[in-house]
Design a protein around this ligand. Structure first.
Ligand code: ACM
Length: 459
């Protein structure tokens, strides 16, 4: 490939053409728009949603798709295929016609246990699009910190955002920061799903406003890693005014269709209160016009708004009570996002001796385990059409920097991406590790950290 390349676009492919140009420039090539291109990008193909057709031959690179997103994913394939041959960049001759199995291909980042800057979140977005993931779920609130500015409730951020696990201060996103993240994600065909975790995991909010507590006494801020000790006060009117303000503002700031309200591990909310709360909170969330999402525990409620999406976080070996909760979402006309903790939770150690991460959920989680599971075997009774997609959450109790985020995510997040994108007949693990070795070279080139002690013999 010459050092100076021409990119030919049509009106529909001009924006992604600019993205391609900046990607090539970052590799040291100079790229200019031209009407006889080395790269020819065409919007208007007949590929299925997000699908693309990429042809690399002696006459250049042709990419076509029926949507801009499809073109963008095709460019990510180019990003993966580019290799330095001596002094010059090259692409192997190929023909790839591809489209995703699931429309929801997610990563979740817990910005509550530790806070991460806008720049870190943008970087993680650039990391995950390499693997054609298209959703970033932000876990914005938890016991250890409240991370999003809410007008009319200034103490949430003045006080509730000042801590994180282990101390050292916290942080939060102003509404402007959050908009900036959402816009950056959208420019990369990524939808942001905000989560306000309710009614448990709320110590930071309860510490910020005494009146949200049943006894009007604010607890101390919390910097440990226990779960399940906090609960909003289910019978207080103010609790629901709080929800209307928070969920209303977060929904307004979020162009995407989903609003996540948590619902997990509410161990200090009595069962009857939990059911009362979920019925009411999910109704408030739905009244914003968004599709409500909740962790599978919310399936205890038979009063979920129609279409509520359940996020299953139990294990790949079906756990009957969790599976039953999950099926309740299907009975309510919703779908499922699968995040089986023992296969796809990126906070899990790779092996016992890994310096980073936690060891629970039948852990540790090797790369092989992250790859060898099948979505249709997770929740018995859930068919292909019941699955919205899959998501790889990264909880950050022990994770404090973007380098550590990347090290926990890569290479296992590539397993999640492969499972989310490919048809049920995927390559055997041995063949997949060959793909990972090539991915390792791309990560190296881009300065994306990854776990080298993951049992892969990297190039
Ligand atoms: C969760 O892991 N508590 C969703």
């Amino acid at each position: 490939m010459p050092d100076s390349v021409r990119i030919q676009t049509d009106p529909g492919s001009a924006a992604v053409g600019e993205y391609l140009a900046s990607m090539l420039s970052a590799l040291g090539m100079s790229a200019a728009a031209n009407d006889s291109g080395d790269f020819r990008l065409h919007l208007g193909g007949s590929q299925p949603a997000e699908g693309y057709l990429l042809r690399v031959s002696e006459s250049g690179v042709e990419l076509e798709a029926g949507s801009e997103a499809g073109l963008f994913w095709g460019i990510q394939s180019i990003r993966q295929l580019l290799k330095k041959d001596g002094e010059h960049w090259s692409l192997p001759q190929t023909r790839i016609e591809d489209y995703p199995r699931f429309s929801y291909r997610g990563a979740m980042l817990d910005v509550a246990r530790h806070f991460f800057s806008v720049a870190d979140v943008k970087r993680y977005i650039d990391d995950i699009v390499l693997l054609k993931l298209n959703v970033l779920h932000l876990h914005l609130t938890d016991d250890q910190g409240w991370r999003i500015e809410i007008e009319g409730w200034p103490n949430l951020t003045e006080h509730g955002a000042s801590t994180q696990v282990g101390g050292g201060g916290g942080g939060y996103y102003t509404q402007g920061d959050y908009r900036e993240i959402v816009a950056y994600a959208a420019s990369r065909f990524v939808t942001v799903v905000p989560e306000i975790d309710l009614p448990g995991h709320t110590n930071a909010a309860l510490a910020s406003y005494p009146e949200l507590n049943c006894d009007d006494k604010a607890p101390a801020l919390y910097e440990g890693i226990e779960v399940g000790f906090s609960s909003l006060c289910v019978d207080k009117k103010l609790t629901y005014k709080f929800l209307e303000d928070v969920l209303g503002q977060v929904a307004t700031l979020t162009p995407g269709p989903w609003l996540h309200i948590g619902g997990d591990e509410a161990h200090s909310t009595p069962e009857a209160d939990y059911l009362k709360f979920i019925a009411r909170a999910s109704k408030i969330a739905a009244s914003t016009g968004k599709t409500v999402v909740g962790w599978h525990e919310m399936g205890k409620s038979a009063e979920l708004p129609t279409g509520t999406v359940g996020q299953y976080w139990s294990y790949t070996t079906p756990r009957e009570d969790a599976a039953e909760r999950a099926r309740q979402f299907l009975a309510s006309g919703g779908k499922l996002i699968l995040s089986p903790a023992n296969a796809i939770y990126l906070d899990m150690k790779y092996e016992e001796s890994s310096p980073l991460g936690l060891n629970w959920a039948d852990g540790p989680t090797s790369v092989r385990r992250s790859y060898e599971w099948e979505p249709l075997e997770v929740v018995p009774g859930a068919a292909e059409g019941d699955l919205l997609g899959i998501e790889a959450p990264l909880w950050t109790e022990t994770i404090t920097s973007i380098s550590e985020i990347e090290t926990m995510a890569f290479p296992r997040i590539a397993s999640a991406a492969q499972i989310a994108w490919s048809s049920k007949t995927r390559p055997e693990f041995a063949e997949f590790t060959e793909q990972l070795r090539n991915l390792g070279s791309v990560l190296e080139r881009e300065g994306i950290k990854f776990e080298r002690a993951a049992g892969i013999s990297w190039h």
